[in-house]
Write a new protein. Structure first.
Length: 337
């Protein structure tokens, strides 16, 4: 599934964020709190180019949540030439933002990773269509022309397996990561993220219908926080401080997503970010990232049932993992303290 990152996310951010963004260096933003001289330097490796996708981290830094914990956190930008896993393995980054499938693939190759937090509780993959011919359920895909990157065929196969569909009944048309094939009538629907192509269409005044794969059995944690077993054993205070700041930052984000979008655009003036689209993306992330009312779970946590569902989906993607991949101990220390 590594190629999925290189196709979907690379083309997405090129299309929506004008990927002449700032380089893959730590963010140093004018007007943000000065770094405490005695603070311990650590790095958080982001999974992609700067955008509101990581606004909770920007808030944590801007409001000094990490400096209060004695940390000087560098935010390392990701991108097509900046994979998440190597810096975490080498210790160049204390924590990386990844996804369950990438982490499972790295673990299969011997990487000593554990997932210590989950930002996106619901996977953001959707089938996007137009109101005139909506795809509201997986069965509606039969007989449709689906535009997608061929690297994401395992995702479609898993969705079909989970819903008892014959993938042969779907006409897959390889496309670039753009809404144009759908708008031009070349395809009937698109496989994309809830937070990008539907937002791009809305910015053009085009209404779309999105079917979230997570609502139809495709359980796969996204925007997950990974750390090494060595860090869990020997750098717990730093992990607790970093993750506690993240939790506070994302809670502030939830309280005012428009403010989070403004901070992001102002913080990265050379990233080509458009405020209205960032505001819409920020709002669309909320139901993916925060538990529904009454579940009693704080941001970043997960249930044993969700882990079991992730393991099932990962098996369909060819990745065999056990529940030990998810480690709640850092979150438990934060909430216990």
């Amino acid at each position: 599934m590594t190629s999925h990152r290189m196709t979907n996310r690379a083309i997405t951010r090129r299309a929506l964020l004008a990927a002449g963004a700032a380089g893959a260096a730590a963010a140093t933003l004018g007007g943000w709190p000065a770094r405490a001289r005695a603070a311990t330097p650590v790095a958080l490796q982001l999974s992609w180019l700067h955008s509101v996708q990581f606004a909770g981290s920007y808030i944590a830094r801007a409001r000094g949540y990490w400096s209060e914990a004695g940390l000087d956190v560098a935010l390392l930008q990701g991108g097509p030439n900046a994979p998440v896993e190597p810096p975490v393995v080498t210790g160049a980054a204390l924590v990386g933002i990844s996804a369950a499938d990438y982490t499972a693939a790295a673990v299969a190759q011997g990487a000593p990773f554990r997932i210590i937090g989950v930002a996106m509780q619901k996977n953001p993959f959707v089938i996007a269509s137009l109101p005139a011919a909506p795809v509201n359920a997986p069965a509606d895909l039969i007989g449709k022309r689906l535009g997608m990157a061929t690297a994401n065929m395992p995702v479609l196969q898993a969705l079909c397996s989970l819903n008892g569909l014959d993938i042969g009944g779907i006409e897959v048309i390889p496309t670039q990561y753009s809404a144009q094939p759908l708008l031009a009538g070349e395809v009937d629907c698109l496989l994309c993220w809830e937070t990008d192509l539907p937002v791009a269409m809305a910015m053009q005044g085009v209404e779309s219908v999105t079917m979230l794969l997570a609502d139809h059995g495709y359980a796969l944690h996204s925007q997950t926080y990974i750390a090494t077993e060595e860090s869990l054993a020997n750098r717990r205070a730093e992990l607790v401080g970093l993750m506690a700041g993240e939790l506070r930052g994302w809670e502030a984000y939830r309280q005012d997503t428009d403010a989070a979008a403004r901070l992001t655009v102002e913080a990265f003036p050379d990233a080509g970010l458009d405020l209205p689209s960032q505001e819409m993306q920020a709002a669309r992330q909320v139901p993916l990232m925060f538990p529904e009312a009454g579940e009693g779970r704080a941001f970043g946590s997960w249930t044993d049932e969700a882990v079991a569902q992730n393991i099932r989906t990962l098996a369909l993607l060819g990745r065999e993992v056990g529940p030990e991949l998810w480690d709640r101990s850092i979150l438990d220390e934060i909430h216990g303290g």
